[in-house]
Design a protein around this ligand. Structure first.
Ligand SMILES: [Ca+2]
Ligand SMILES: [Ca+2]
Ligand SMILES: [Ca+2]
Ligand SMILES: [Ca+2]
Length: 306
């Protein structure tokens, strides 16, 4: 046996062992989802200081399984530990490890006209929306979020440009920092193939099994850094917030937005956590093994327009 044959064999053995170990031990140490489509529960989870929600103003639009609460997000490296998740598919499918390149739930729901306007030339489907009226004590609004998707990497810069928006009194405030550009697949990515025609790649974290990813214990193949919404100097009185996400081009390949618990506040003291703790070496071996096995098992599907 040559040295390279030996290394290959050891790798295969480690892969098999690590998959078994991971499946039995990572449940409590990776992101965990509790589905709910109860608008009151979702809004209460993100509510922070200085904000008052107007009674009976909360409205949820979307599939029952498309949203939920999450915990242990930091363990999965998304930079936010707990909060709410809104998806274009099934919220529980966010839980890792990353087994699929195309995790999909078709909810058979329409899109949203406000989201359509963010991405001219594209149309949305399977929208999930939480909206409510609120007042802010200090005149400002801040909150922290991460966008994630299965569309990465293979459908980057295509018509499957999944998008979300946080509409404050009708105006989208979920923007790439320092720009007026909405956050979507085609505006924040690492390129396709990875490294080619990337857009703000400094804000993008690759988790795609076909592109050296899989180190983050979450199903999504890529996700943004933690972004902070900042809306300053609002007039006194009631304002409307609409949090919305949708598939684009078809109803397939889920996308999600994570919003930090307690961060919807009139103060900026909910600074984003430092991003992406480097996994321990032993964890890396296990995650590499999962990625390796996954790349053997998966077959890339061609999307059909439905
Ligand atoms: Ca995936
Ligand atoms: Ca993918
Ligand atoms: Ca969908
Ligand atoms: Ca999609």
């Amino acid at each position: 046996m040559t040295i390279s044959q030996f290394i290959q064999k050891i790798s295969m053995t480690v892969a098999g062992t690590a998959i078994v170990a991971l499946s039995s031990t990572t449940t409590a140490q990776a992101i965990s989802i509790t589905p709910t489509s109860n608008g009151n529960d979702l809004v209460e989870e993100i509510l922070g200081s200085g904000i008052t929600i107007a009674p009976n103003s909360i409205k949820y639009t979307g599939a029952a399984g498309a949203s939920g609460l999450f915990t242990d997000g930091l363990s999965s490296g998304i930079g936010i530990d707990s909060g709410i998740i809104l998806t274009t598919g099934s919220a529980v499918d966010a839980e890792g490890p990353n087994y699929s390149d195309q995790k999909t739930t078709r909810n058979g729901l329409p899109g949203d006209p406000d989201l359509d306007e963010l991405i001219p030339g594209y149309s949305t489907q399977d929208a999930t929306i939480v909206e409510f009226d609120f007042e802010t004590e200090g005149g400002n609004v801040f909150f922290n979020y991460v966008f994630a998707s299965e569309e990465y990497i293979e459908w980057t810069n295509s018509k499957y440009n999944d998008v979300f928006g946080f509409f404050l009194n009708g105006e989208n405030v979920a923007l790439i920092p320092g720009t007026s550009t909405p956050v979507a697949i085609n505006t924040v990515n690492g390129g396709e193939p990875l490294g080619t025609n990337a857009s703000y790649p400094e804000y993008f974290n690759n988790n795609d099994l076909d592109n050296g990813g899989g180190h983050f214990d979450i199903e999504y193949d890529g996700f943004t850094n933690v972004f902070t919404v900042k809306a300053l100097g609002l007039e006194a009185g009631t304002h409307r917030m609409k949090l919305a996400i949708a598939d684009v081009g078809d109803q397939q390949w889920d996308s999600a937005v994570f919003i930090e618990a307690g961060s919807f506040s009139d103060m900026s003291d909910h600074a984003p956590e430092l991003l992406q703790d480097v996994p321990e070496p032993s964890v890396l071996i296990g995650l590499f093994a999962v990625g390796f096995a996954g790349s053997l098992l998966r077959k890339k599907l061609i999307k059909s327009d439905n």
